[in-house]
Design a protein around this ligand. Structure first.
Ligand SMILES: [Zn+2]
Length: 123
């Protein structure tokens, strides 16, 4: 499963970011996943649970922001007629060749974590 490697990389990157802050555990990570990155959001969340199981980050949340690719025409701009998961060869309005923009994102947008020395407030 490709997503397992991606989740491992995300976890490693988050841990690197946290190193300068001392020990702690991840609460939530938000990532941008592009349509062309070949990552299934649901599989990535499943992989995240597998990767963080048995670590201090077990139970943390991975939020995925889906970033679709855009097909654009040089004359008409963005082509909205494209259905999800399908590609148009030519612009439906002027029949010019289309370009593909975006959709290859695979970025960590936000990381929230709790340092170990913070005490839970008393009820
Ligand atoms: Zn056009």
């Amino acid at each position: 499963m490709h997503e397992l490697g991606v989740a491992t990389e995300i976890h490693r990157a988050c841990r690197r970011t946290m190193e300068s802050h001392g020990p702690g555990r991840i609460e939530e990570v938000r990532v941008a996943v592009g349509e062309l990155s070949a990552v299934e959001p649901e599989l990535l969340q499943f992989a995240w649970q597998a990767v963080t199981a048995g670590t201090p980050d077990e139970g943390s949340r991975l939020e995925v922001e889906w970033r679709p690719a855009r097909q654009t025409c040089l004359k008409c701009g963005e082509v909205a007629e494209r259905g999800a998961g399908s590609w148009l060869r030519l612009c439906p309005r002027c029949e010019s060749p289309l370009r593909v923009e975006g959709g290859d994102e695979l970025d960590i947008l936000h990381l929230s974590f709790t340092p170990d020395d913070v005490q839970e407030p008393a009820p």
